[in-house]
Design a binder for this molecule. Structure first.
Ligand code: GCO
Ligand code: MN
Ligand code: MN
Length: 388
């Protein structure tokens, strides 16, 4: 159907590392040919994406000479212009190199911590030069397997100092860039520091420039922790901190799967899309996922199209939810408010508190009232199954 065709207005983005994933896993070798950044840009342009994101070394190999870097970046820029794509987000690879085996900003080795800062400053320069407005920090190696060898308070302090330093750097260079912290509970470390979006939100409040820093929640990461992703996103939105979002799918309790958006739990994907659309989230819808290892090159394209198509279908379902009279009638019943309690609500006032303390409630009647959530949820299920 035409209405499921992605357009730049939908803000769909992919990382070079997502569609470019060659299918390597801890047990097996790559199964697909490596694609160059230019080939990936072309693939994404054909699929209808809005933008492409990258880690510094997805684009420029870590050992490239300055001349090689200039060549790579200029080829990439040309491909972006040819395909009408932009770079909304960039990030640093602080996890692949053996140097980061004990973490980057929280490694016990001060030389590694300093190298991580240097690498990130250079990567911010690269991202900013290509127009990135969001810079993601995912501390994939910042964690432990054993707590015997790391002072957890030092680790917090080092992570905080690194972010404060880098905020200072970005401000000094006058980059129009915001930082987004991405939480993950584990993988590749046994435990990664600040493992949930909620933990990141609390951490941001301890930084020098909290206004520059938000979060990049990822579906799979909260699901790995057994949490409700949409609740995490709602908290981030409420705090004014939803700067970016990583969409994919994940069965709880499994390895880090990075499935196509909506591949595992359509219902939670629906509530997420509905939330983002209801509140008017205007940022990137970034698919941080990769195709099954069984996919060939053609199937990788189908994977990318599938992520966007499922989002658009769920967006349409969210509109149907809002327009469905039966659903709306149930919602009105559930949220009915005759205004009788208004005088007790809102800010504290001495008089208000005294009046509320004296008010007589019919507790038994409150307890008798049911909520038709079964009926409502069944309607949602039928909507999603396409029979409404
Ligand atoms: C993962 C993460 C990464 C980050 C990326 C951006 O589980 O590996 O989701 O894909 O999102 O490194 O910083
Ligand atoms: Mn992930
Ligand atoms: Mn991610």
């Amino acid at each position: 159907m035409n209405s499921y065709r992605p357009s730049p207005a939908h803000r769909f983005t992919f990382g070079l590392w997502t569609v470019g994933n060659p299918g390597r896993d801890p047990f097996g070798l790559p199964v697909r040919d490596a694609l160059s950044p230019v080939q990936i840009v072309k693939l994404l342009g054909d699929a209808g994406a809005y933008g492409v994101n990258f880690h510094d070394n997805d684009l420029v190999p870590v050992d490239a000479t300055p001349a090689q870097e200039r060549r790579i970046v200029s080829d990439f820029r040309k491909a972006l212009a040819d395909c009408g794509l932009c770079v909304p987000m960039a990030t640093t690879n602080l996890f692949s190199d053996p140097a980061f085996r004990d973490g980057a900003f929280t490694s016990n080795d001060p030389k590694v911590r300093a190298y991580a800062l240097q690498k990130t400053m250079r990567a911010i320069d690269l991202g900013a030069s290509l127009g990135a407005k969001v810079y993601v920090f995912w501390g994939g190696r910042d964690g432990t397997e054993t707590d015997a060898g790391k002072n957890l308070l030092d680790a917090q302090k080092w992570f905080r100092e690194a972010l404060n330093f880098l905020c200072g750097y970005a401000r000094d260079r006058k980059y129009a860039i915001k930082f987004a912290l991405e939480a993950k509970p584990n993988e590749p470390r046994g435990d990664i520091f600040l493992p949930t979006t909620g933990a990141m939100l609390a951490f941001i409040a301890t930084l020098d420039r909290p206004e520059m820093i938000g979060v990049n929640p990822e579906v799979a990461h909260e699901h790995m922790a057994g949490l409700n992703f949409t609740h995490a996103v709602a908290q981030a939105w409420d705090a004014g901190k939803l700067f970016h979002v990583d969409l994919n799918d994940q069965a709880p309790g499994r390895y880090d799967q990075d499935f196509r958006f909506g591949a595992h739990n359509i219902k939670s994907a629906f509530f997420l899309v509905k939330f983002l659309e209801d509140v008017g989230y205007a940022g990137s819808r970034h698919f941080d996922a990769h195709a099954y290892r069984t996919s060939d090159a053609e199937d990788v394209k189908a994977f990318a199209r599938g992520c966007m198509r499922t989002y658009l279908i769920l967006k349409e379902k969210a509109a149907q939810f809002r327009a469905d009279p039966e659903i709306q009638r149930l919602l009105a019943e559930i949220t009915a408010d005759d205004g009788a309690m208004d005088r007790f609500q809102g800010r504290f006032e001495k008089k208000k508190a005294a009046a509320l303390k004296g008010h007589k409630f019919d507790r038994a009647a409150l307890g008798r009232r049911g909520m038709p959530y079964e009926r409502l949820d069944q309607l949602v299920v039928e909507l999603l199954l396409g029979v409404r």
